[in-house]
Structures are given as C-alpha cells and as structure tokens.
Design a protein around this ligand. Structure first.
Ligand code: ATP
Length: 465
C-alpha cells in the first residue's frame, strides 16, 4: 500500500538522513540551491549516468563520447547568443525582497509566458496587478516591481583579476554542456571520421544563476546534464527526430517509470532556429505535478553556422558519395541528471506497513540501486558465521557494491537496506555452515529463498542483469 506522502521536504530530509544528498557548505549555513551528493547519492547518480551512457553511446554505433572543459573561450557564448539573451524575467517584492520568476507567476494564472518578450510579460503583469492578483510568493505583499531581464550566466575571473572583469574578458561557467560539443565537432570529425548522421554525447556540470531555486535538486545553480547532439542532413531531420523521441521515451520505461507518469510537452513558441521542441515531463509527486526532465529539440544549422562565423573555421561536411557540401543540422536530447535522480527517488520511495510496522523502501530498478547486495551473519558474536559471511561479502564486492552489516536484529538490517533500495540481502545462519546455503531475501516481495553458496554469484548476476 503506497501512501501519497512524498512532499519535497520529506524527500530532502530522507535524502539527507540516508546519505544521498546534503545542502552544500552546511556547516557555514549552506549555499542556496547547491547540493553535495553523499555515498549512496554518488552511487545512484553514477548508475543513472551509466544507464544513460550505455543506451546513448555503448549500445550504438553512431554516437561518440566527449568530455569537454567547463571553461571555454568567451566568444563561445557570444556566438551562441547566451551573452545577449540567456535571461529569465525577474520581479522583486519591494517589501521582503523575495525574487520571483515573472513567467512562472503568469503561468500560475494560466498565461503562457514561455520565451515571451518583456513587453508582453509586463503588460500581463499590469493587468493582474490592477486586480491585486499578483502577490509576493513569500510575504503576500502586492508591492512588486515590474519585470526585468536577469542573466543566468555565471561569471568567473579565470585569467583576469576580479577588479577588471568586463563583458569582453569574462570567462563564463558553461550554462549547458552542448557548447563543448559544437566546438569539438571538427576535431571529432577529423579524428573519428564518422559518417552523417552521427551524435556526440557528454555528461557534465553546467551552471545557471537561477532566479528562484527552492525545489531541492530539481532546480539548482550547479547541476549536471546528459546531452547528445545528433548531426544530420536536413532532409533526415523529421525521421531522426521521431526516432530519438521514441528512443528517449522508452529509456524511461526501461528503467521502471510508469508510462502514465510521463508526458510530452510541446513548445508552442520556438527559438528562431528550431522547427520542433518537445520536453519529456515526469509527474513528480513531491512537486505536485508534471515537470520537465528532458528536452528534445531541433536546432537547425544555427550552432555550427554561428561558431563558424565567429571563429572563421569551416564547419561544413562533405558527403563522400554525393560530394554535397553543407553545414549539418542538429537535433539534441538534453536531460538533467539531478532532476532524473529526483525522479527516480520520487517514483520509488514507498512507505508501507509490514507486520504492524512502517517499512520505507526504494522500489527502483535493480540496475540503478546504489548497493546491490548486503551480507549479514545471523549473530555478530559467532566468529564462524562472521567469517563465512565476510567470505561471501568479499566475493560479491568484486562484482558490485556490497555491504556487510552485523549491527542490530536481522529485521533492522533489512529495513536499513530497504531504505537505500538494496535488492538482495543475504543471511548466513548456523545451517549455512553445514548445508553450504544462505537465505536470500528480495527487497520488493520480501520473499526468502535458500541458495547454495556455490550458485550464489550466478543466481544474483542473473537477477541483477
Ligand atoms: P526549465 O524550463 O525547467 O528552466 P530549461 O528548459 O531551461 O529548464 P534546458 O535548457 O532545456 O532546460 O536544459 C535541459 C535539461 O537540463 C532540463 O530538462 C533539466 O533536466 C536540466 N536543467 C536545466 N536547468 C536546470 C537546473 N537549474 N537545475 C537542474 N537541472 C536543470
């Protein structure tokens, strides 16, 4: 029986208590909208990243991996248009100084302000202000400023003293990882010699000076993206775009997200270079509804043309057979690793009653679970049991993350592993010493099975595959 209880506060406190996620710099009072990942958080995040990488790179023959630097030449972001216009509209409460996203305020009144002009936003805000409908989300005051553009770009002083920072010499922290992919397009073509269509994939950090970021790891100022840019001839765009929409949708189903919790959001207002833009949304219980986890967008030849124009480099592609020379068009799949992390926690966090007691369990795909097995000696003061259990733990550790636990009753040890989503607990008891078997208990069903120690690794490998 699953109860509707996953509030954002509850998820954040669960993630902290069980070593998944901590607020950054907590001993100094914390740094707003920046988070650290603890032991289990790091393991889970790595597993999600690997699951993405496997499907996007390893299982394919047309995608190549990249790990480009976070710091890039300042012209990159001039060419891409980010310096000029990577903004969000901001309004401030004059009383309590709370910052708010103007487009989000309008959306709460059913007004679509996605990519809308400041003019449009202020006109709509004025109408609502006259009716005293626009209120500060924190103190309720109606005393709020008009909207102004707020740049999301995060500046650094790399290579120049802070006091001479200017727009000309500032080096930004990348606001998205795909910038590195466009800049390495030529090197990738010259070194790997791929034929169109092909993709370049990378996972890495991105930074955005988000105006409002109070949604735990859903929206943070430092986050990780898993992006793939697919280069193709424009005549293939429609077919490949549909292909990638289908591939990405199925990835979520593959890892246990129910289809009813997924939604396509179609962007009605498109960037000037785009012909299609859809987002995959997940129905977050902790955020009260469908929110974007991944964008699948066409980008035309905008990126390569712009970087070619600003760098003077020829970024065209020549088809060996037809000899046609053209600038490849791009479509991208852009997923947020941290948002998808929150999605898997939100989807799998379950509270249920077992024999009159509350059981918290992360019912997630076993391949994503941070720890795969936990080995327990029935009693910690019986050296022969401890020794046998250690032997099994050491064997399993070579294959995957395994834990060894001797403290508390077996029931308590099960509960600790349930909370972090460990699929299998293995108990060594007195019988094990004579029948060379152990009890294997499965997380979701709590069913127990006796398995011969010599068959254990094979059995678990099959179950975890
Ligand atoms: P939003 O509309 O929610 O601000 P976006 O449309 O600006 O997101 P994109 O630029 O398309 O997002 O980025 C691709 C993906 O990167 C998003 O689908 C999301 O998963 C992730 N992402 C973007 N901004 C953040 C952030 N501030 N914190 C965490 N993840 C983010």
């Amino acid at each position: 029986m699953k109860k509707e209880i996953n509030s954002l506060e509850k998820m954040a406190s669960f993630c902290k208590r069980r070593g998944f996620i901590f607020l950054s710099s907590e001993i100094y009072g914390g740094l707003s909208a920046v988070y650290d990942y603890g032991h289990y958080g790091t393991l889970l995040k790595n597993n999600i990243r690997d699951a993405w990488w496997k499907h996007m790179v390893q299982y394919r023959d047309d995608i190549y991996g990249l790990d480009s630097a976070i710091f890039m030449h300042p012209t990159t972001w001039v060419a891409s248009g980010h310096v000029e216009g990577f903004d969000d509209p901001q309004v401030d409460c004059k009383d309590c100084k709370q910052r708010m996203r103007a487009d989000h305020l309008l959306e709460s009144f059913g007004i679509d302000a996605d990519k809308a002009s400041l003019d449009f936003i202020n006109k709509e805000l004025d109408k609502l202000k006259k009716e005293k409908k626009i209120k500060c989300i924190s103190c309720g005051s109606v005393n709020v400023t008009p909207a102004k553009q707020f740049s999301l770009m995060v500046k650094s002083n790399l290579g120049s003293p802070t006091d001479v920072l200017s727009e000309e010499n500032v080096i930004y922290l990348r606001p998205e990882t795909c910038g590195g992919i466009y800049l390495e397009y030529k090197n990738m073509v010259d070194s790997v010699h791929p034929k169109l269509p092909f993709g370049i994939a990378q996972v890495g950090k991105a930074f955005r000076n988000e105006i409002v970021a109070r949604q735990f790891v859903f929206r943070t100022r430092e986050f990780e993206q898993m992006e793939m840019q697919y280069f193709l001839h424009p005549k293939e765009m429609k077919e490949k775009y549909e292909m990638w929409k289908d591939i990405r949708w199925k990835w979520y189903l593959e890892y246990g997200i129910p289809e009813k919790k997924l939604n396509w959001y179609k962007h009605e207002v498109l960037s000037h270079y785009a012909s299609e833009a859809y987002d995959i949304e997940f129905d977050f219980q902790c955020l009260g509804g469908f929110k974007e986890v991944e964008g699948i967008h066409t980008r035309g030849d905008w990126d390569l043309s712009q970087h070619s124009k600003h760098s003077g480099e020829d970024l065209t592609y020549t088809d060996e057979e037809t000899k046609e020379k053209f600038t490849p068009h791009i479509m991208e799949t852009s997923a947020g690793l941290n948002r998808i992390f929150l999605m898997f926690i939100d989807n799998s966090y379950t509270e249920e009653e077992v024999e009159g007691e509350k059981r918290v369990v992360l019912k997630m795909d076993k391949r994503l679970s941070p720890v795969k097995t936990a080995v327990f000696p029935l009693l910690k003061n019986k050296p022969e049991l401890v020794k046998e259990a250690q032997k099994i733990h050491q064997m399993l550790k070579k294959k995957w993350m395994s834990e060894f636990d001797t403290s508390g009753s077996i029931g308590k040890r099960y509960r600790r592993q349930d909370e972090i989503g460990t699929p299998f607990c293995i108990t060594v008891d007195f019988e094990s010493l004579s029948d060379k078997s152990v009890t294997v208990r499965e997380r979701d069903t709590m069913k127990q099975e006796r398995i011969k120690i010599e068959n254990l690794e094979k059995y678990l490998s099959k179950e975890l595959a």
